[in-house]
Design a protein around this ligand. Structure first.
Ligand code: HEM
Length: 281
């Protein structure tokens, strides 16, 4: 068999997707690729294919249901970080676990977070302007905004944010750590979050962890491990994705035309005004 293309495809520009992703959308898709770890995988990039895979009951996310739990499953991290989370679960377990947070993420409930999110965004932009150029958009805004929002939602102290980001960084990119070291980091994060949940048994809170603890105590339909894994998923998925996308979006907005060229140096000079992204409707 010819050597398979390595995935993720290499790119010569950190902020630009590899041109090979575009190739993969051509007639040859789906493409068989070799991910960083595990067995080869089919890479699906065309919209119609993605819709089919994501909506057809013939496909699933639970390796146990597919009978391949013991296989070296394709992944981009040394250990499968989705194990025992809703990301690797199919209905009915997925539906049961998801129901515990469904009400928190309805459009109406999320809309209620707008004023506080805008306040956080405004304060972060003001602080960047105050400090003057150059600014680190990722550290000062891209990461700071979602981590504050998800910490407030869950009810975990923002003061511990460096621990959350360090744990999440290891989840996403082990950076040369061995599988055992990655698993130890996940255990550490789980212990921290389990402790946060335990405190709420005696001292109930109105945050999302408090609501999960109450739902568990009252209904006992969510195991302790499932609850901790759910909180970990929300904490990690709730900030890393947005943190990496905000600078990408700003980069795209700064790009002129569709030339693929690097963004020009900003022609504006920072002034103490509100950010448009924080106040636009
Ligand atoms: C730009 C921001 C975001 C992007 C690009 C993104 C992307 C994704 C993708 C692609 C999946 C599907 C993963 C899979 O099925 O393997 C996913 C699932 C998920 N995301 Fe996000 N996400 C973002 C923001 C968030 C935020 C802010 C939260 C939490 C507050 C969150 C929580 C979750 C959860 C819990 C799942 C699993 C859902 C399920 O299994 O039903 N994500 N996200």
């Amino acid at each position: 068999m010819p050597e398979l293309p390595a995935f993720p495809f290499p790119t010569d520009h950190a902020l630009r997707p590899s041109p090979r992703l575009g190739d993969a959308r051509g007639d040859r898709a789906p493409v068989l690729v070799q991910p960083a770890y595990g067995a080869p995988a089919w890479l699906v990039t065309r919209h119609a294919d993605a819709r089919h895979v994501l909506s057809s009951p013939a496909f699933g996310r639970d390796p146990r249901r597919a009978g391949i739990a013991d296989e070296d499953i394709a992944r981009i991290t040394p250990v499968d970080i989705t194990v025992q989370t809703m990301v690797s679960t199919d209905p009915p377990d997925h539906t049961r676990v998801r129901r515990f947070v469904f009400h928190t993420f309805t459009p109406r409930r999320i809309e209620r977070l707008r004023p506080s999110t805008e306040r956080i965004a405004d304060a972060l932009v003001d602080a960047m302007v105050e400090q003057g150029p150059p600014a680190d958009l990722f550290e000062s805004f891209g990461l700071a905004l979602p981590i504050q929002v998800i910490c407030d939602l869950l009810g975990v102290p923002t003061a511990d944010r460096s621990r959350f980001t360090a744990w999440t960084d290891i989840l996403i990119d082990a950076g040369g750590l061995s599988p055992d070291e990655v698993l130890a980091s996940i255990d550490e994060m789980n212990d921290y979050l389990a402790d946060q949940a335990d405190r709420r048994v005696q001292n109930p809170t109105d945050d999302l962890i408090g609501a999960l603890v109450r739902a568990r105590v009252e209904g006992d339909r969510l195991s302790r491990d499932e609850m901790v894994n759910l909180i970990r998923t929300l904490l990690a998925a709730g900030h890393e994705t947005t943190a990496s996308q905000i600078p990408n979006f700003v980069f795209l907005l700064l790009r002129t035309g569709d030339t693929g060229s690097s963004p020009p140096a900003p022609s504006w000079s920072p002034r103490p005004s509100r950010s448009s992204c924080a106040t636009s409707r």
